[in-house]
Design a protein around this ligand. Structure first.
Ligand code: EPZ
Length: 427
């Protein structure tokens, strides 16, 4: 297995272009199941996860072709309605085909995704939503089977927790349901709004975009369409944090700063300079005459559903806070096991204590972080290790980087172009 080697302690300087959002590309790819035809999606990142979703669509009978960052998908001849375990186990977001298959075929059989490093990741809200729309679901031999009894019928679906893929799945099961569906406590992430825009372009009738209450009036037909994936706010945020850890200045282009309101506020509170344009962020952290990063201040964060601090940036932010003045309290409220990166960061000399869902980070002085071998455990934890490796003195090695390849397009190349001494080597 490949690993990444980083010779850290160098300021980042230059411009990085952000790719399309993984967590928008996955639901929008799944939405191509809803109606037969040829779809063109632009700004689709070429990632392990998007390749998995395209393989899954192919398993269901679709064909697709990539041309640069655009992908053409033809779902005229769907021949199957089953998402097999060997695909779903590598990407839990495969459950996003449940809603579209119920709408298109009236049935679906998808392997239960199982848990992952960061938590149990149940899909009970998804299944309850489908049942409230008139489907019957059952679990059998590790698969969830869903079948529409008579027809999908509009209803009120309430989410106990604003589940992102739960909202997306129920939305896709409701667009052709007879009558009106109201989704309450819906997730408001920009990726959900990107899906709402695509469904609307297909002919769906959806009100409440960007709010926690979506009202869907079922239609009788939908058409294939063209859509553009929004920029990846988590990728953009990761690079803004990285330049805080190393010092220097990065222009992060083709992003949407309005999708990162809380992160930008927290980075400014820590002492970074953040300037925003319509589609760019300039993040800088002054360095002294010896090229050493200025000291940043410790800042507290609590992860929350959008527009709160994103749980997908918690690990990366912690990698910044380990070298700050003071103590940072990091409270993770979304997932029950999202501190897998802590033990790895401690190997570099970080001073972190965990108390349940809270991590207490006692910042150490700049340059007191020393390289050590680390192992990636999940997608965002691996990004956290890269951020720490970029800051640490010496050469860091990170193994199991297939986690990173799931959600960051060309990260090694992008960082190399802005001064990082980073390379991927055969493991
Ligand atoms: C989406 O996961 C993202 N993935 C995650 O990004 C992200 O961390 C998460 O939303 C939160 O923002 C995609 O969009 C593909 P949830 P999702 O349903 O939809 C509980 C990354 O790194 N819950 O919003 O699976 C759940 O356990 C990934 O890119 C139930 O209890 O997350 C969690 O505690 C990681 N029952 C909370 O809700 C359910 O049926 C929020 O989860 C569904 C969720």
């Amino acid at each position: 297995m490949d690993k990444i080697q980083i010779n850290g302690g160098r300021p980042l300087q230059g411009s990085i272009k952000v790719s399309g959002a993984k967590n928008a590309a996955l639901p929008l790819l799944a939405a191509t199941i809803l109606a037969p035809g040829t779809y063109t999606l632009h700004n689709v990142p070429d990632l392990r996860d998007t390749r998995t979703m395209l393989m899954l669509l192919q398993t269901l009978g679709a064909s697709w072709e990539r041309s640069g960052s655009s992908v053409q998908i033809n779902t005229a001849d769907l021949t199957g309605a089953e998402a097999p375990y060997d695909l779903v186990k590598t990407m839990r977001a495969s459950v996003l085909v449940l809603g579209p298959l119920l709408t298109r075929a009236g049935c679906a059989r998808v392997s239960l995704p199982g848990g992952c490093a960061i938590g149990a990741r149940p899909i009970n809200f998804h299944l309850r939503g489908f049942e409230q729309l008139g489907a019957v679901t059952r679990l059998e031999s590790g698969y969830v089977e869903a079948r529409v009894q008579d027809e999908l019928t509009g209803n009120t679906v309430y989410f106990d927790i604003p589940s992102v893929t739960g909202t997306e799945n129920v939305l896709m099961a409701s667009v052709k349901a007879t009558g009106v569906t109201t989704i309450r406590n819906a997730a408001k992430e920009p990726e959900v709004s990107n899906l709402v825009d695509m469904l609307t372009a297909m002919g769906a009738k959806i009100e409440g975009r960007n709010t926690d209450c979506l009202t869907v009036t079922g239609v009788t037909s939908l058409q294939a369409t063209e859509a553009t994936i929004i920029p990846d706010r988590i990728e953009a945020g990761t690079y803004a944090i990285a330049v805080g850890a190393t010092g220097g200045e990065l222009e992060i282009t083709q992003c949407d700063p309005s999708h990162l309101p809380v992160l930008i506020e927290k980075l400014r509170a820590a002492g970074m300079e953040i300037a925003t344009g319509k589609k760019s962020i300039i993040a800088s952290c002054p360095v002294n005459s010896r090229g050493e990063r200025c000291s940043l201040q410790a800042v507290n964060i609590t992860t929350m559903p959008y527009p709160g601090f994103p749980t997908d940036l918690q690990a990366q932010f912690m990698a910044l806070m380990i070298q700050c003045n003071g103590t940072s309290i990091i409270h993770e409220t979304i997932f029950e096991n999202r501190f897998m990166h802590v033990a790895e960061l401690q190997r570099l000399g970080a001073k972190i204590n965990i108390d349940g869902a809270t991590a207490i980070v006692n910042g150490i002085a700049r340059n007191n972080l020393f390289a050590a071998p680390m192992m990636a455990t999940d997608l965002r934890a691996s990004a956290s290790l890269v951020v720490a490796g970029l800051a640490a003195s010496g050469t860091t090695e990170i193994t199991r980087i297939y986690h990173l390849e799931r959600g960051y397009e060309n990260m090694v190349e992008k960082l190399s172009q802005v001064g990082a001494k980073i390379k991927q080597v055969a493991g």
